[in-house]
Design a protein around this ligand. Structure first.
Ligand SMILES: [Ca+2]
Ligand SMILES: [Ca+2]
Ligand SMILES: [Ca+2]
Length: 140
């Protein structure tokens, strides 16, 4: 399995940025992913709008209330909420920060929403978010 992931290294970042998923509360990847989805899908309707993503990832992660989430804010909050180690939280941040300016804000979430909508039907389901998060965890 690891060899398979590394074959995809150019896509997954396996060769470029090797890291491991270590969780201080010993939560599995599946448990963390389920928790992310439960928290992000605010009204629990199985659909993740940009508003849902912003309501969770910006409002809860923005510690200094400047309407965006810098890398340190994201790493601290992800680590605190999901107990993934900080190096792994940074790995997640680099996927969410679509324009790679080290800040997560609405423009990233709009781009992320399009990226998450893999069947292109205009809405993002919990299942689509789950698949994307699994890719991030597998790319680690
Ligand atoms: Ca902030
Ligand atoms: Ca950004
Ligand atoms: Ca979709």
């Amino acid at each position: 399995m690891i060899a398979f992931i590394c074959v995809l290294g150019f896509i997954s970042g396996c060769l470029a940025a090797p890291c491991t998923h270590t969780n201080s509360a010993e939560h599995t990847e599946e448990q963390v992913i389920a928790r992310v989805i439960a928290l992000a899908d605010h009204n629990n309707d199985g659909i993740l709008s940009v508003t849902d993503l912003a309501a969770y990832f910006v409002i809860n992660f923005d510690h200094n209330h400047n309407s965006e989430v810098d890398k340190n804010e994201f790493i601290l909050q992800w680590h605190e909420t999901f107990h993934d180690e900080k190096a792994f939280a940074e790995h997640v941040f680099t996927h969410f920060d679509t324009n790679a300016d080290n800040v997560l804000n609405l423009s990233d979430l709009f781009a992320l929403n399009i990226r998450l909508d893999t069947d292109g039907n205009g809405t993002v389901t919990n299942k689509e978010l789950e698949s994307y998060l699994q890719l991030i965890y597998n790319a680690c």
